[in-house]
Design a protein around this ligand. Structure first.
Ligand SMILES: [Fe+2]
Length: 301
């Protein structure tokens, strides 16, 4: 994850990376990974895109304990030429894009505490590695992530990072995909979240809308709770093709003249898979009489 204004912490390299220091993890930290892994491994099989499961297998991520980034990178490098590098936390946008454009995925190295099992403000190693890395072993998705990084560097020069960030949010983090067997999960923010991996597919509350680059880049998103709309791609090939073939500079200019859309908005021209009730979001709106402890929380990216 990236943020615009940050200063580089002491002890980080020029590119903001740090050693993972795998030997320093405690048994309790490895046990936390195992607990989160077991929970998602039981939840995901019929829900997640099969390419994600294939990535977990290929990268041997079912091995107990927090993965060692060096060993993980070795396998990933053979599959798609990607590496995983550790960073101390959020990094500036440009640094993030540079890494992606060079097929390096930046991952947090800390793991959440037991009291943060279902709610986290900053992405930890479980979100970053379990959520993001398996699909980096898929050649087309791997190319999409690189293309996104290159697009980010161009967007930076055009003052359009906020627009492009919506593409990342609604695909890489919270994307759904249509397959013959129905809608499946692939976004890292969903697949690393116990609550959202159920909510995003099963709940009546959110909209599920066909992917459209321009549509999605007009749409605001929720950073503090489950999404009110999910966007459904047809295939990773189609996502990559649209990202590579679109000339983003005129698209950004066109978008400047259009108002943003609220996260729950449905347009007449949308291809709607599910028209959401928005009951979940409404129940959590300010002034709602429900006690907060009745409402599920989950980890955010
Ligand atoms: Fe993420």
């Amino acid at each position: 994850m990236a943020e615009a204004e940050l200063s580089r912490p002491a002890g980080t390299a020029e590119d903001w990376t740090v050693p993972q220091d795998w030997a320093a993890y405690s048994p309790a930290e490895h046990a936390m990974w195992d607990r989160l892994f077991a929970r998602q491994a039981a939840m995901l099989p019929d829900r997640v895109v099969p390419e994600f499961i294939a990535g977990l297998d290929m990268l041997r991520m079912d091995k107990p304990g927090i993965p060692d980034f060096e060993a993980l990178s070795e396998r990933l490098m053979k599959a798609t030429g990607w590496q995983v590098v550790a960073v101390p936390g959020l990094v500036p946008d440009r640094v993030f894009f540079e890494h992606l454009a060079n097929r390096r995925f930046v991952a947090g190295r800390f793991i959440r505490r037991p009291d943060q099992l279902d709610y986290l403000e900053e992405p930890d190693v479980f979100h970053d590695v379990f959520g993001h890395v398996p699909l980096l072993s898929h050649p087309v998705f791997a190319d999409y992530m690189q293309a996104y990084g290159e697009g980010g560097l161009r967007a930076d020069g055009l003052g359009a990072i906020d627009r492009l960030a919506r593409l990342y949010w609604y695909t890489v983090e919270f994307g759904l995909i249509r397959q013959d067997s129905g809608l499946k999960l692939y976004g890292a923010g969903i697949v690393s979240s116990f609550g959202e991996s159920k909510f995003a597919l099963d709940d009546a509350s959110p909209n599920r809308i066909g992917f459209g680059l321009e549509r999605l880049m007009r749409t605001q998103y929720r950073i503090d709770d489950y999404q009110q709309s999910y966007f459904v791609i047809d295939s990773f090939d189609d996502l990559l093709r649209q990202t590579i073939e679109t000339d983003f500079a005129p698209l950004y200019r066109r978008l400047e003249g259009q108002p943003d859309l609220e996260p729950e908005t449905v347009l007449p021209e949308d291809h709607v898979y599910t028209l959401g009730t928005q009951a979940y979001a409404r129940a959590k709106a300010p002034g709602c009489p429900l006690p907060s402890e009745e409402l599920p929380h989950d980890d955010r990216t």
